[in-house]
Ligand binder design. Sequence first.
Ligand code: NAD
Length: 353
Amino acid sequence: MMDRFVFPGLTTRVVFGSGTLVKAEEEVRRLGHGRALVLSTPHQKADAERLAAALGDLSADVFAEAAMHTPVEITERAVAAFRASGAGAVVSLGGGSTTGLGKAIAVRTGADQVVIPTTYAGSEMTDILGETAAGEKTTRRSPDIRPETVIYDVDLTLTLPVGLTVTSAMNAIAHAMEAFYAPDRNPVIELMARDALVAFRDGLPRLIADPHDAAARAKALYAAWCCSTALGYVSMALHHKLAHVFGGSFDTPHADTHAILLPYTTAFNEAAVPALLAPIADTFGGGSAGGGLWDFATAVGAPTSLAAIGIEEADLDRAAEIAVKNAYANPRPIDRGSIRDLLQAAWEGRRPE
Ligand code: NAD
């Protein structure tokens, strides 16, 4: 039981369930708009066009160029398309890349956002926007960035490939993990984080056996919502910092990077706050939070070494250097040597104790 806490309230409206995509029109109108620009990646363009057709007159146009890490040159084209279309809102259909583009438009134009997530990355509940310009990724937070409405339609996740299902789920679990020791944690977020662990633990093996298992998809998307809420309402620390270092400076794939680092960052902080991370050990077994997550990651076929995603051993010194350059809150003090050791273990894929 926490003696003292602040609960900031949740400001994003959430519509959850199978078949809820049809609510998109109602949700855009509820925000007071008569026209919306539909966003997607090139890969999901056909889905975006189908949605635009279903929206009829409400759809101003489709902009299907969203890309990983929100490059500003794409955002500038999207903002021009948004302004030219006369829309007052965006409907972002896709994973974190598409949500990121919607946020980037919103923060520049004041557009309202209806987000329809199709991965478990968890950008939709947050006020965080990461953008890339001239090869450098910077992150900012603002109330204008947080989406107004999120529609979680379980049916849209049925097409998520098994590999991305697994790594995206590990990405989500990382948000829950860091919420347990966040200095601004509160009982609501902790409950959601705990529930998410159980839902992923039970749902993910079922999805590997059958990616079209609708009940398991619902469990996983519910868990993703819980984890996204944790990411959006309490502070993150070492794990997210390291994932940002690799994504930003080594251009590693987002979800894989989170999946690989998670057991190691968990083990690192578990040494300082074992009681706070006990819900993870309780959920995944394995005798420790870090070990339990490594066992789970291995069992569900997640990549477990930085070497597997193309990082060279020689890169680890530079990564450790960047990771300790700026101070940030973490339950265990950080120094270059201990981070270098963590990265060595993650590079080799050794099970944490
Ligand atoms: P993504 O959005 O790039 O999606 C990966 C690929 O999978 C894309 O080609 C996409 O079109 C496709 N895809 C998505 N859903 C699918 C589905 N259901 N079926 C078939 N294909 C599908 O990847 P992601 O991991 O969801 O998001 C990563 C990005 O999100 C990164 O840029 C990351 O920085 C950002 N992110 C931001 C926050 C935040 O709070 N700001 C949080 C999490 C992630």
